[in-house]
Design a protein around this ligand. Sequence first.
Ligand SMILES: NC(=O)c1ccc[n+]([C@@H]2O[C@H](COP(=O)([O-])OP(=O)(O)OC[C@H]3O[C@@H](n4cnc5c(N)ncnc54)[C@H](O)[C@@H]3O)[C@@H](O)[C@H]2O)c1
Ligand SMILES: O=c1ccn([C@@H]2O[C@H](COP(=O)(O)OP(=O)(O)O[C@H]3O[C@H](CO)[C@@H](O)[C@H](O)[C@H]3O)[C@@H](O)[C@H]2O)c(=O)[nH]1
Length: 437
Amino acid sequence: MRITVIGCGYLGAVHAACMAELGHEVLGIDVDQAKIDLLAAGRAPFYEPGLPELLTSANATGRLRFTTDMSEAAGYDAHFIAVGTPQKKGEYAADLTYVDAAVASLAPHLAPGNVVIGKSTVPVGTARRLAGIVAAAQPEAVLAWNPEFLREGFAVEDTLRPDRLVYGVPDGAAGEHAKAVLDEIYATALGNETPLVVTGYETAELVKVSANAFLATKISFINAIAEVADVTGADVTAIADAIGYDARIGRRFLNAGLGFGGGCLPKDIRAFQARAGELGADQALTFLREVDAINMRRRSRAVDLTRELLDDSLLGKKVAVLGLAFKPESDDVRDSPALDVASQLRSQGARVVAYDPEAVPNAQRLHPELDFASSAEEAAADADAVVLLTEWKQFRALDPEAFGRVVGNRNILDGRNCLSPEEWRAAGWRYRALGRP
Ligand SMILES: NC(=O)c1ccc[n+]([C@@H]2O[C@H](COP(=O)([O-])OP(=O)(O)OC[C@H]3O[C@@H](n4cnc5c(N)ncnc54)[C@H](O)[C@@H]3O)[C@@H](O)[C@H]2O)c1
Ligand SMILES: O=c1ccn([C@@H]2O[C@H](COP(=O)(O)OP(=O)(O)O[C@H]3O[C@H](CO)[C@@H](O)[C@H](O)[C@H]3O)[C@@H](O)[C@H]2O)c(=O)[nH]1
């Protein structure tokens, strides 16, 4: 199959490389010349495990090309829309400018039989509106909605071995055609084991935002329990383990700590609330406001605990921040809880020196006022306190005794509940965590 992927960011670049890996002939298109130049040279424009290897092998086969010129989309059979849908400035709603621009620039190049496949996360109702634009440009082309569930850090694995596939297609022959094309893209290559849900546009769009709303709710649920654990001396990690053994609950996504961030969960739960409101279902999702509020409270709680560790004053104290990315195995700092806490600590008077294995350049662009180090030890040199905000493997593996020799004072906030309190206390550290005694 000849495929274009329009938008080559965290989602699109991985999707393009994986589609080439599955044997398709792929053209990646983006408006960002610098990104396209890197991809065309076989280099990943961001950190994502497994992507560099895929780009190298795909470039060698000649099955993967990149361009900024949309007219090159002419002659391709299927066109994935993978551009950003960020939160609008000052509003909860999603900004659909990029999706609209991508479809508008693709429209003149559509041919009969082409399938336009939406992957971006969009408010329910967007697909039906875009289907009208596609049909007006080329009556014999069809639009499908195929939401993406990949996680950053596991993006390649999740794309090549998804938990499920969802196709939102119209009724009738056009829908049959779209399904056949999607099957040829995925089913032939992935095999028939992947669960498949074939449905209408609105259901497909709602599957995506419902999944993210559920995940966000699960995280905020355990963080709410952590708040109660904090005032009772209970241990939220033991609670999560114990309730997680119940198969109906499950242990995954019950890690209490600094809460969720990134380019998806925060903006998606807000856009979902905004859209429900527009549709007159305001009451349905009011709980998501609380999910968001619980999540944001984690960040101020981390700042407060750091202040407590420093005898109630951050002024002039050196704080070593370990972790800036919104999660490990990613360089993404979009709505990163770690970066937010680092910035709050600084604006409250601390001298912050931060280190992250991959995210320093992105963090530096957003917060040039912070000081950055090139290793955990450099960040921690003579520090009055260490705050661990992203649970990279190398931080989890720190030796409390050796690391203790670097710092000025052995004070640590474990913002991700990822260290052993016993080991750190045994090495003379004052250890604090969120939801743990
Ligand atoms: N990042 C993820 O893990 C993930 C997972 C599932 C779904 N999503 C959804 O996928 C979409 C993309 O997310 P992302 O994280 O990849 O964003 P991103 O910002 O990393 O990438 C978006 C890309 O689109 C490009 N672009 C913007 N306008 C364009 C246009 N008119 N034509 C061509 N390219 C254009 C940008 O230059 C950028 O490279 C969002 O809707 C997001 O919610 C993301
Ligand atoms: O128990 C947990 C699990 C996660 N997190 C945090 O939650 C955020 C999101 O994590 P994760 O969901 O793993 O990362 P994303 O790559 O943002 O993936 C989410 O968002 C994507 C974009 O929509 C979806 O495709 C994925 O299915 C969905 O998991 C991160 O800040 C994590 O630190 C926790 O605090 N506790």
